[in-house]
Design a protein around this ligand. Structure first.
Ligand SMILES: O=C(O)CCC(=O)C(=O)O
Ligand SMILES: [Fe+2]
Length: 215
């Protein structure tokens, strides 16, 4: 076995997945630089404080065609800092983002063009200047829908406290200091108990295995 947890018959697939992961990690680093500059911070602010060895994972998802049960992904926010979603088939897209008025915007992309979503840790760190986007997936087509999702969750021990530049008299600090690891663990726990109550243990176990999808 080349790497722990990787089955022997899939080395070519694993190699491609590694390249995909590296490319999206690189893209997320570029975006982090832009996000720092947007807050009038040095370009490397986010990277140097919280992305030295980030927990960055790829999730490959398949949603069955419409009519095969409600297996799409319900409305939620991602718990990390930045997520990049790549949708596959043009005829079976389905990512939707909630607008401030509560209505849903369908996100149509070219095949594999990544869509960036900010997560809860970005919102907490910037004291709501950046918002964690509420999104969901509805596969309304007769074909299965595939997506590859890259979650960049920051360093496990990265401290997240409202940035001084995002706090003032009109905008007092809304969130207590936490770490990426502490916040993600708490949100996962909340999600597991929610799923166990609402949908039985199977989904809770899947979520625990992937460790990625918050409630
Ligand atoms: O499959 C998608 O397009 C997005 C899935 C998602 O939002 C998630 O897994 O957190
Ligand atoms: Fe998500």
């Amino acid at each position: 076995m080349a790497d722990e947890g990787v089955p022997e018959p899939l080395p070519a697939f694993y190699c491609k997945l590694r390249s995909f992961h590296s490319a999206l990690l690189q893209l997320s680093r570029e975006l982090l630089r832009g996000l720092s500059l947007a807050l009038d911070l040095p370009a490397d602010h986010f990277e140097s404080h919280a992305f030295r060895k980030p927990i960055a994972k790829v999730l490959l998802a398949c949603y069955p065609p419409a009519g095969e049960g409600d297996q799409s992904c319900g409305a939620h926010t991602d718990c990390g800092f930045l997520t990049l979603v790549c949708q596959d088939r043009l005829e079976a897209q389905g990512l939707q983002v909630q607008k401030p008025d509560g209505s849903w915007l369908s996100v149509k992309t070219d095949r594999y063009t990544p869509v960036a979503n900010l997560g809860d840790l970005a919102q907490r760190w910037t004291n709501d200047v950046f918002r964690s986007s509420v999104h969901r997936v509805l596969n309304a087509s007769a074909a299965p829908r595939w997506s590859a999702i890259f979650f960049n969750n920051m360093d496990e021990d990265a401290e997240v406290e409202c940035l001084a530049t995002c706090v003032d008299r009109e905008r007092p600090s809304k969130y207590r200091k936490t770490t990426c690891g502490e916040y993600v663990a708490a949100k996962m726990q909340e999600m597991r108990s929610h799923l166990s109550k609402e949908q039985g243990t199977d989904l809770a176990e899947i979520a625990e295995t992937t460790g990625l999808r918050p409630a």
